[in-house]
Design a protein. Structure first.
Length: 189
């Protein structure tokens, strides 16, 4: 994995210095002979790419910390993760507040082209219908559309909605992925 040479101002200037030295070498090589300049240019590009690939990515060796969540006393908040088109799962009886998160799952082509409006609309419709179904019990229920990565959607929601537990309406693999990234209990619906 290559590191981003523009993470800080000092790294950017270091990268710029390396590129300027490479460009000067290319010009000197081209002054001697055009083909020497071409060879020096190829070697300079290969050297810069190799250097970027060899430099460690800051923080890459550290394990991702588990996200913790805290709620006020006397409340039991539940975060529910449901795929677009899913139905309302059963929630614990002690839940006082519920947040329904539906990730806007887009294909790679849709994500690259930015054509995710249909997926976001589908996720919004699912979130609203589940919120309506769950609010019939008198609980405080709200909904939101999350990131296209379900685990990232849960992490984002936990940063603003302190949940006591997460309910995942999905397969066991999804439950395990969420469980690996958050410190609150995660159960499958």
């Amino acid at each position: 994995m290559a590191r981003n040479p523009f993470r800080s101002e000092s790294e950017m200037f270091r990268f710029l210095g390396v590129v300027i030295v490479g460009a000067v070498l290319v010009v000197l090589g081209a002054w001697i002979n055009v083909w020497v300049g071409v060879v020096v240019a190829v070697l300079a590009v290969v050297a810069i790419v190799w250097w970027l690939m060899q430099e460690p990515v800051p923080g890459a060796a550290e394990p991702t910390p588990k996200l913790e969540s805290h709620t006020p006393d006397g409340m039991h908040r539940v975060l529910i993760l449901v795929a677009p088109g899913g139905s309302a799962p059963a929630i614990p009886d002690q839940a006082t507040e519920v947040l329904v998160v539906v990730p806007a799952l887009a294909t790679t082509t849709e994500a690259l082209t930015g054509a995710v409006d249909d997926r976001r609309a589908e996720a919004e419709q699912t979130a609203q219908s589940i919120a309506r179904a769950l609010s019939r019990d008198g609980r405080s229920v709200r909904c939101e559309v999350g990131a296209d990565d379900p685990v990232l959607a849960v992490e984002d929601a936990l940063r603003t909605f302190g949940a006591d537990e997460v309910v995942v309406a999905g397969d066991d693999a999804m439950v395990e992925q969420v469980r690996a990234r958050v410190a609150v209990p995660v159960m499958r619906a």
